[in-house]
Design a protein around this ligand. Structure first.
Ligand SMILES: Cc1cc2nc3c(=O)[nH]c(=O)nc-3n(C[C@H](O)[C@H](O)[C@H](O)COP(=O)(O)OP(=O)(O)OC[C@H]3O[C@@H](n4cnc5c(N)ncnc54)[C@H](O)[C@@H]3O)c2cc1C
Length: 381
């Protein structure tokens, strides 16, 4: 059992927590990331679609949209600095009838309002050249590697189970192994468990529930290799099932589903997922019907009951910021979430930001292997 001090404690080593640690390190502030699991990237951040969205379809004015658009500005320079590999293969939406044609035309208008370049074709299809595929596990590890290079500490097997104090006396965090950490600021980036971490501080924030998304991985069909992301025309049910090539160009992934669930620990792919996904995906990309299925995975979106992107100062503990309900676009917005939270902490007076510097992660920061297998391989049985 030990007593330690750090400038900022970050609860959760998902893409949000690592992006906050990175944004702070860029500005000379040393953080400690406390991750409950034995490895980084075992939550939603590793089990998503890995797409860096442009924000063309996001509702103008919302915080989520502002952060996606800001992240898209930061991306070019920072991804290069972070040595993150990505492929701006672009995305296409193809309407199947007049209603869908109208819906796509509306999306083109929306993109204009968000100042995202798109091309509306004579056939009613919409191309979004900036939509980009990535390896989300490598992305997260490069952020963490760069933050470490700037002085941050990443602690694994470090489950936070208590939070107290605040103000001049500082915040105390208790870990499950009995260690205590003292800090002047803390950020709750606990994903699915952000509501439970807030409760440790004596506070009720938005309720977080898992919205399950299953995806199926196929070998790339050699007769018609997919070179772009195929997006469905959106309905009230959300973005829907998409089909996209992977960064290695050797696989095609179709999904995700969107199922409201209760169990925050159930990462299983349900028995009807393949049929549900294939039914919609083959309409967009017929070669999938004959493609070889090589894998499947499920992610749990940290969805807020009635709220999205809840980024706010704690009312119970001075110097604590909650970053909760980052449901469906956290990977895309992460660089801007980090910047935004660093600014909030500085505004509370609990830290002082220095000038932005350059931090390059070691080239070997990311684990080997196929990213969609990472979480299932490393999660505790
Ligand atoms: C199927 C699916 C597809 C998606 N597709 C995309 C996409 O294409 N593009 C995009 O931008 N976004 C996408 N998203 C959304 C994106 O994955 C999430 O917004 C993002 O991963 C949320 O990150 P997070 O860090 O908040 O959560 P998480 O990755 O879940 O991280 C939270 C971490 O906190 C840790 N933790 C919890 N409690 C404690 C505790 N008490 N102490 C210490 N640590 C704790 C957990 O172990 C976990 O590692 C998708 C999500 C899903 C599920």
């Amino acid at each position: 059992v030990s007593e330690q001090h750090t400038q900022v404690a970050i609860v959760g080593g998902g893409v949000v927590g690592c992006a906050v640690a990175h944004a702070l390190a860029l500005r000379g502030v040393i953080a400690t990331v406390l991750e409950a699991e034995p490895a980084l990237a075992l939550g939603a951040s590793a089990t998503n679609s890995g797409i860096l969205h442009t924000g063309f379809d996001s509702t103008p004015g919302q915080l989520e949209t502002q952060l996606i658009l800001r992240a898209a500005q930061l991306r070019e320079e920072l991804l290069e600095e972070l040595r993150v590999d990505s492929w701006a293969c672009g995305a296409r939406l193809t309407p199947g009838n007049d209603d869908e044609r109208q819906a796509v035309a509306k999306l083109a208008e929306n993109a204009k309002r968000n100042r995202v370049p798109v091309e509306l074709g004579d056939d009613g299809s919409l191309v979004v050249p900036g939509e980009t595929v990535s390896d989300p596990v490598a992305y997260l590890h490069m952020l963490a590697g760069a933050a470490k290079g700037g002085g941050a500490t990443i602690r694994l097997d470090a489950r936070v189970c208590g939070l107290s104090g605040g103000g001049r006396e500082g915040i105390a965090l208790e870990l499950a192994d009995g260690d205590r950490l003292h800090t002047s600021a803390a950020v709750n980036c606990a994903g699915l468990f952000a509501d439970e971490v807030a409760r440790m501080a004596g506070e009720e924030i938005v309720e977080i529930y898992p919205r399950k998304g299953e995806l199926i991985v196929f070998a790339m069909p050699s007769e018609a290799p997919l070179q772009e992301i195929l997006l469905p025309v959106p309905s009230v049910l959300g973005k829907g099932v998409l089909v996209f090539p992977t960064l290695d160009r050797r696989h095609v992934i179709a999904g995700p589903t969107a199922r409201e669930r209760e169990d925050k620990l159930d990462w299983s792919v349900e028995s009807d997922a393949r049929d549900l996904i294939l039914e919609r995906a083959t309409r967009m990309y017929p070669p999938l019907a004959r493609a070889e299925m090589v894998g499947a995975y499920a992610g749990l979106r940290p969805a807020g009951r009635g709220a999205n992107y809840v980024i706010e100062r704690s009312l119970a503990i001075d110097g604590l910021v909650h970053v909760a309900a980052i449901r469906s676009t956290g990977l895309s917005a992460s660089l801007a979430i980090g910047e935004h939270v660093a600014g909030m902490l500085a505004d509370t007076g609990s830290i002082e930001l220095g000038p932005v510097r350059t931090l390059r992660p070691p080239a070997d920061s990311a684990p080997d292997g196929l990213w969609w297998e990472h979480a299932a391989m490393h999660r505790r049985p």
